[in-house]
Write a protein that binds this ligand. Structure first.
Ligand code: BDP
Length: 685
């Protein structure tokens, strides 16, 4: 099924000339080394080639002379024979590779896939397969590539009962009715998808660890965790688990989980030793503590550093990593008290303890200070931690961005985030440099994201949402890739090369984030969603509750004053000149205006429109744009797989309904609040 294969279609090459050209390169595969990762590479390569070119190259272990495709690490292959110097590999990180085709003057064509380690061989293999699927020439390849981020991680929010927190594409592929799923093929195919984009780490259970999931680190489940770890290992992906901070109480029968208690410390040490007996290369733990009612060190009057370090210390002898999430805020705040501001929370909690974490701790920080809204400023904590490892957290799952019913392609958003200049170490200190570890010389850093897959046949509910998963991986490997490159690649790999197909899908994807923003929440204010499930409009849904997510709309104006002088002072958490840029009404960018300032509806934006007119205009426009998406999609009937066509079409109509609902509710609400009519006299109820 095409939807299932996602971007690993390996469709038959129909163009005769191309087919012959490609074929001439693939007669025999020679491989040096025999690890589970090289075996995955060979399998992927043979299957891919056979499926695209109808040839089944022979595979010869350790006999490279006769081979036309050579796979190995730079230490296992006599690379000088092929004009490469070992120094080339000296500078390359452990996952890097060289993909090279040798000149064929003597009629001998050879493709070399040489990794610094076996992981590089696998990434080179996917690269080569991608080139062929994109119909790119391969006769004079000379590619040296390596990932720019050390951790490239996927966080599953799967529960053992098979449900997925914020899952929009069926149930878990990992668990079934309170046990592990027996469908290991599906997990393997997921590993292939992830590793083909360059991801190298995964946590396989929800960050909210409830009673049953607490047992994942017990004998009851560890053998099955091991089985899953083995699958991912063969694709270069390291397995992590989310843990319950109160495990010493829940599993160890201790009367405390106080991180400074000797018994607790000893318990974690033993527990970690036990885990490593099952999984010798276990990645480590991810922890959500003292957040949204999850237990943590605060109960014992300890801070987050104490909390994290006890675990890090236990993991240290095994080179394990402790990932501690910074999504910490008071979710029981009083909406009438404007002195607390949820946006401030991550920074206020963690900045003061910068430098107190062990070096195998990484703090995982959401991209924005609130929670994965369609538009947020970048979290000021990123870059502010100068002596602590950090991991950027994104959400591929479309919790607040249409839940995989609505199309919302997030690569443009992530590009903006990665290219944001924090000025943490002067001009040019971009988020991508911080995540990449170059800014502060972090050995442990990178990017993680909440997964958007489930057991739907096409993985992501809406087939177009596959593009977010694909793009996340590619961007995480190399944040310098452009949105257009990634988008094109994804379309070619998934749908082929029909120009109209490429053009229309590209159009829909590239415009979808802006469109989604147009018909939902204006000018960076966020929320206004239905509480709980977070789909669809409910302007005051969270306005008078304890979550800290307010818009403060009244008859005169709207927005949260986060300035230093009259507001919450949140703007001061940025480095200059960003402080001033956001703090001053004059320079604050339109798209974030209401995040930072409370203004009258008649305030004139940089665009020249008033706030109220902007609200009306964007909401009418958003719906029209969805209609346009439907028009463009309909043109593709017959040109793409019918099942995919119908799947997306059905969802586009759901999106239209949603967009209309948003438009009508938002426009009506603000019309009634402000009493100001639309200057184009469109119907507002
Ligand atoms: C919010 C989700 C909630 C998660 C939480 C988190 O609504 O389900 O548990 O983030 O990241 O976005 O921990």
């Amino acid at each position: 099924v095409k939807g299932y294969r996602a971007w690993l279609q390996y469709s038959k090459i129909e163009d005769k000339r191309m087919d012959e050209e490609y074929r001439s390169w693939f007669s025999a595969i020679g491989v040096a080394g025999d690890t589970s990762i090289t075996n995955s590479a060979i399998k992927e390569l043979s299957d891919g080639i056979e499926s695209m070119l109808d040839v089944a190259p022979t595979v010869n272990v350790d006999s490279l002379q006769t081979a036309s495709i050579i796979l190995g690490t730079y230490q296992d292959i006599w690379i000088e024979d092929y004009g490469m110097s070992p120094e080339l590999f000296g500078d390359l990180n452990n996952e890097g590779y060289v993909l090279k085709t040798t000149p064929n003057d003597n009629g001998e064509k050879k493709i070399l896939l040489i990794g610094k380690t076996d992981k590089g061989i696998l990434y080179a293999t996917y690269h080569l397969l991608r080139l062929i699927q994109s119909r790119k020439p391969i006769h004079s390849l000379d590619i040296v590539d390596a990932p720019k981020n050390q951790f490239r991680m996927m966080n599953q929010w799967d529960n053992i009962d098979g449900t997925i927190e914020r899952g929009y594409s069926g149930k878990s592929i990992f668990y079934y009715e309170n046990d592990f799923s027996e469908d290991l093929e599906r997990i393997k195919d997921y590993a292939r998808l992830l590793s083909s984009t360059g991801l190298n780490a995964i946590s396989i259970n929800n960050v909210n660890v409830w009673d049953v999931e607490t047992n994942l680190i017990s004998k009851q489940y560890l053998p099955k965790v091991e089985r899953v770890a083995n699958i991912f290992r063969a694709y270069g992906i390291t397995l992590f688990l989310s843990i319950n901070y109160a495990s010493p109480i829940a599993l160890g029968n201790l009367d405390t989980a106080d991180p400074l208690d000797e018994k607790v410390r000893a318990w974690w040490k033993k527990k970690v030793e036990e885990i490593y007996q099952y999984i010798p290369d276990f990645g480590g733990f991810i922890v959500k503590a003292d957040s949204e009612n999850r237990p943590g060190p605060f109960s014992y009057d300890r801070d987050h550093a104490d909390g994290a370090n006890v675990l890090a210390e236990a993991l240290k002898p095994f080179n394990g990593i402790l990932i501690w999430r910074c999504f910490v805020y008071n979710n029981l705040q009083d909406w009438r008290d404007r002195s607390t501001d949820r946006a401030r929370a991550a920074y206020d909690n963690f900045k003061p303890i910068d430098g107190q974490f062990l070096d195998n701790v990484i703090l995982q920080i959401k991209n924005g200070p609130m929670d994965f809204q369609v538009r947020e400023p970048v979290s000021p904590l990123l870059g502010a931690l100068k002596k602590t490892n950090q991991l950027l957290e994104l959400q591929v799952a479309q919790e607040y961005t249409g839940q995989q019913k609505d199309v919302c392609y997030l690569i443009p958003q992530w590009k903006e985030i990665l290219d944001f200049d924090t000025y943490a170490k002067g001009e040019g200190t971009k988020i991508k440099n911080i995540a990449g570890g170059t800014t502060y010389n972090n050995s442990n850093s990178g990017i993680a994201a909440v997964s958007n897959i489930g057991n739907d046949i096409n993985w992501t509910g809406n087939t177009l949402a596959q593009a977010n998963l694909y793009g996340f991986g590619r961007l995480t490997w190399n944040p310098d890739l452009t949105t257009e490159e990634i988008t094109r690649d994804w379309i070619h790999l998934t749908f082929g090369h029909d120009p109209l197909v490429v053009e229309n899908i590209e159009y829909i994807l590239l415009n979808s984030w802006k469109t989604y923003e147009n018909y939902t929440v204006p000018l960076g204010i966020g929320w206004m969603v239905n509480p709980g499930h977070h789909y669809g409009p409910n302007i005051d849904g969270y306005e008078y509750s304890a979550w800290g997510t307010y818009h403060f709309a009244d008859r005169d104006g709207i927005g949260v004053d986060r300035t230093v002088e009259t507001g919450t002072g949140y703007t001061s958490q940025y480095f200059p000149p960003n402080v001033e840029w956001y703090n001053s009404l004059d320079s604050c960018p339109d798209e974030l205006l209401l995040f930072f300032h409370h203004v009258p509806y008649t305030h004139v934006l940089k665009s020249g429109e008033t706030v109220i007119q902007h609200i009306y205009n964007t909401h009418f426009k958003g719906v029209e744009e969805v209609e346009d998406f439907i028009y463009k999609w309909d043109k593709l009937v017959g040109s793409i797989d019918n099942r995919i066509f119908e799947n997306v079409k059905e969802r586009l109509y759901l999106q239209l309904k949603n967009a209309t609902d948003w438009r009508d509710k938002i426009n009506t609400y603000f019309y009634r609040k402000s009493g100001i009519s639309d200057n184009k006299n469109r119907t507002i109820y």
